[in-house]
Design a protein around this ligand. Structure first.
Ligand code: DC
Length: 220
């Protein structure tokens, strides 16, 4: 069974998807981490973020690997643990441009399908229910207001000891919403058959419980 969770930046997808996977006892695939890891190598190797074919070649050459462990998902690239590095501001600023290239998406979608071919998975991203796995048994579009998403992201960065301005984060959330929804290749959309879950003001455990219940009884 596949549970596809899509939605805009900061809707809480990864926390929710991880929780749903733990509750169901199945694997979790964070597709955003795959685009982030590619962005990180591109920045480190000086591959221009506007060169789709070169980025796709880089993705083929350096496949990212994701390991589910007790402390969450570890992201490994060329043998390095890049779990933290892929969340840094420079990667976050460049990833939308990298993810917009059709050549990059073709490469990533093929790898995501291959990973999820066997077994049960909870997968989060932007195009999982619409492109990667339109046949997913459960499809959720997770969202929240821009203010709420900016507040959550701000709290997360402050907890990591970063000094950040809430206003700048709100602007960045809006910019990424626009970039992800308006790109030509697989824009962020509510997939056919997806249930829209607005998490504004709802606790994360409630959201996890609701989606896990949908997965236990997909036809309900
Ligand atoms: O969910 P996230 O913030 O880690 O995603 C990082 C970027 O990757 C974001 O700009 C959208 C893009 N992305 C995508 O285009 N398709 C996916 N399936 C997952 C992420």
């Amino acid at each position: 069974m596949i549970v596809a969770i899509d939605g805009p930046a900061g809707a809480g997808k990864s926390t929710v998807a991880r929780g749903v996977a733990a509750s169901l006892g199945v694997g979790y695939l964070d597709t955003g981490a795959m685009y982030r890891a590619l962005t990180l190598v591109a920045l480190r190797d000086g591959v221009p973020t506007d060169d789709g074919p070169a980025l796709a070649a880089l993705a083929r050459e350096h496949p990212v690997s994701l390991e589910n462990g007790p402390a969450g998902v570890r992201v490994l690239m060329r043998g390095d643990d890049v779990t933290m590095a892929i969340r840094e501001a420079d990667v976050t600023a460049a990833v939308s441009e990298v993810a917009a290239h059709p050549e990059v998406r073709t490469e990533m979608v093929a790898r995501q399908r291959a990973i999820m071919e066997h077994g049960d998975w909870v997968c989060d991203g932007r195009d999982i229910g619409s492109v990667v796995f339109p046949q997913a048994e459960v499809k959720v579009f997770l969202t929240a207001s821009v203010d709420e998403r900016a507040r959550r992201r701000h709290a997360e960065l402050v907890a990591r000891g970063e000094r950040v301005d809430l206003r700048a984060i709100r602007d960045d959330v809006e910019r990424r919403d626009h970039a992800d929804s308006s790109r030509a290749a697989s824009p962020l959309v509510v997939a056919d058959g997806a249930v829209v879950v607005d998490t504004t003001g709802i606790g994360v455990d409630d959201v996890i419980g609701r989606i896990a219940a949908m997965a236990r009884e997909p036809a309900a």
